[in-house]
Ligand binder design. Structure first.
Ligand code: SF4
Length: 575
């Protein structure tokens, strides 16, 4: 790589202050390497360009996202820099290494960058790019992620982006499909804060995630609660209500798996569409005048087509990380591979992901819940299983007409974004080994593909629980919906490390009058009420699933303090 210096978009010559976040990049191919560090993140308003750059020694990487709405997040298709520069509003990304003002390395020419923006304007995302040498025929594949990025306005000819006024945003009702919000952030900010903010959580955050109240010490995992996808989905739902105050507003399923958030939406007049006894959503009442929100985990291809057919306004909040999985399974199906998905076949996200393969006449999928089911598949790949037994066991978890003999000759691994990442990786490795045993190492590439599609938010929350458990906690409380996959996994993770763990659905599961707790034991699907659960606990770990708002975390801590007789001390601390 050539020596890297300063990034070079003409009007953005001066370096802004560093972001506090992190960018990590790896590349393989005719050149191999990686770079990681705290990037500079510049927003150049006059060029309508967001640039993220990190330079280490003589190597650097820069992502340039066009055009202006990149600040709102989205999925950016990678084009060669010249096309990207000249083709707004077509979104584009360049990945390249710089030497002074010249590109001496590789330029991205395909792939995508997914950018998510939370309520505080902090950016996270990931990217996967194919790049070619600027000077010869060499090619590399580049992938990486970034998180915690705070864009700074670039100076010297660039100006901070103004808040878009109504007149600047295309609200034309000729358009019936929206997936970038409506620019009504300012209008919903106060309501969101009232519904989900927590002073207790902010106090913990400001105190290195630790809070001592009388004899109790609370330790909050460093990554917890709303992920970027949920943040975005909730924002869009509130914006949609503000945008269409007089229209009937519906939601396909639940916006996320959290009863409190769903109730807030109900209170705003959002009607929830649920599956009937036949397992299908009933859209018969919908008309073209209605507005329909699609949730963070997406909807199936068939449901999407039905909604498009009705002609109603669609607000699509599908998370970028879910779209990333869809892209993977789409590629598998296109290339004749069966999508082998680690997930729960009845989960809305997995249903939506699996449906992506049905775009192709020969598209197939099989969903495995855990390692035990994966091993059944592995045995069959190795020629030991019985197709009839498998067909019976997986009858609800395969594409229609799935033929095990033919369908398991070429498999591509993917996963529901909220599964335990370690298990997903182990399953992929187990399947790979079986493929190698069956076809040999050299031919394995013809029969096996894999890509880790656990989202970074899920991974970070799981890592944060593991980090939290390095302290000798007396017990752990995990807050989130019982049907929230990522919350269940956080609870199972804590439990597996030998810590007494209580998974509660909501703060009111801790009864302040009796001191009892209602929780769902790990591995069970029934709530239990326990009177004597507290004992002599003093050091309490707290975390929450990606769909749990901060106020529910704060209320949980307040209730624990109340039953321990230290409620007034907590109030004094946060006053
Ligand atoms: S858990 Fe991951 S995939 Fe799901 S909404 Fe959150 S960020 Fe997106």
């Amino acid at each position: 790589m050539g020596a890297a210096a300063c990034v070079t978009f003409a009007a953005c010559a001066e370096q802004p202050p560093d972001s506090q976040g992190r960018l990590e990049v790896q590349w393989t191919g005719s050149d191999t390497g990686k770079v990681a560090g705290r990037p500079t993140v510049e927003w150049c308003d006059s060029l309508r360009l967001l640039q993220i750059q990190v330079v280490r020694g003589d190597t650097g990487v820069a992502l340039a996202l066009y055009p202006g709405d990149s600040m709102l997040g989205g999925t950016y298709r990678v084009l060669l820099p010249a096309r990207a520069d000249s083709a707004p509003p077509a979104s584009a990304v360049a990945v390249r290494w710089f030497a002074s003002t010249a590109i001496r390395g590789f330029q991205g020419d395909s792939g995508s960058v997914i950018v998510e923006r939370n309520r505080a304007g902090i950016l996270s995302g990931r990217f996967e790019v194919a790049a070619k040498s600027a000077t010869d025929t060499r090619r590399i594949r580049v992938h990486g992620s970034f998180r915690g990025l705070i864009p700074r306005p670039a100076t010297a000819g660039c100006f901070p982006k103004p808040t878009p006024r109504d007149s600047e945003v295309d609200y034309s009702m000729e358009s019936t499909y929206f997936r970038r919000g409506f620019g009504l952030k300012a209008e919903i900010e106060e309501r969101l804060a009232a519904d989900y903010h927590s002073t207790v959580v902010e106090t913990l955050r400001a105190n290195q995630y630790r809070l001592t109240v009388g004899p109790l010490t609370f330790r909050l995992a460093k990554e917890f609660g709303f992920c970027y996808g949920v943040d975005r989905a909730v924002d869009y739902a509130y914006e949609t209500r503000a945008k269409f105050p007089d229209r009937r507003l519906h939601l396909v399923g639940e916006i996320i798996h959290n009863p409190h958030v769903n109730q807030k939406l109900r209170n705003m007049g959002v009607r929830f569409l649920s599956r009937g006894e036949d397992g299908e959503f009933d859209f018969s009442d919908l008309t073209a005048e209605d507005v329909v929100i699609m949730p963070a985990f997406g909807v199936t291809m068939a449901d999407f087509e039905r909604l498009r057919g009705i002609g109603c306004v669609l607000v699509d909040t599908t998370c970028g990380s879910v779209l990333n999985v869809w892209k993977r399974v789409d590629g598998y199906a296109r290339d004749g591979f069966t999508a082998l998905i680690h997930g729960k076949h009845y989960h809305e996200e997995t249903k939506a992901t699996a449906s992506q393969v049905m775009k192709y006449p020969d598209g197939r999928y099989l969903v495995v819940r855990d390692m035990a089911e994966a091993r059944m598949v592995c045995e069959f790949i190795e020629g030991k299983g019985d197709a009839g037994a498998l067909a019976s066991h997986f009858r609800n978890a395969v594409s229609p007409g799935f033929d095990f003999d033919q369908g398991l000759t070429r498999v591509g691994l993917a996963n529901q974004t909220t599964m335990l990442s370690g298990e997903s990786l182990a399953i992929a490795e187990e399947v790979r080994k079986s493929v190698v045993r069956r076809y040999g190492e050299a031919a394995a590439v013809e029969h096996f593909r894999s890509f880790d599609t656990i989202c970074s938010a899920t991974q970070e929350r799981q890592d944060a629980v593991v980090a939290l458990l390095t302290e000798p906690l007396d017990l752990m409380v995990v807050i989130g919906g019982y049907n929230s996959s990522n919350t269940c996994h956080l609870a199972a993770l804590a439990h597996s490390k030998g810590v007494r763990t209580y998974h509660i659905e909501d703060a009111d599961a801790i009864e302040t009058e009796t001191g009892a707790i209602r929780h769902q034991p790990i591995g069970s699907n029934r709530e239990e009420r326990v009177e004597e659960w507290w004992g002599t606990a003093r050091l309490i770990g707290i975390t929450a699933g990606a769909s749990t708002p901060n106020n529910k975390i704060g209320e949980t801590i307040a209730r624990i303090c109340a039953i321990s007789g230290v409620g007034p001390q907590l109030q004094a601390l946060i006053a």
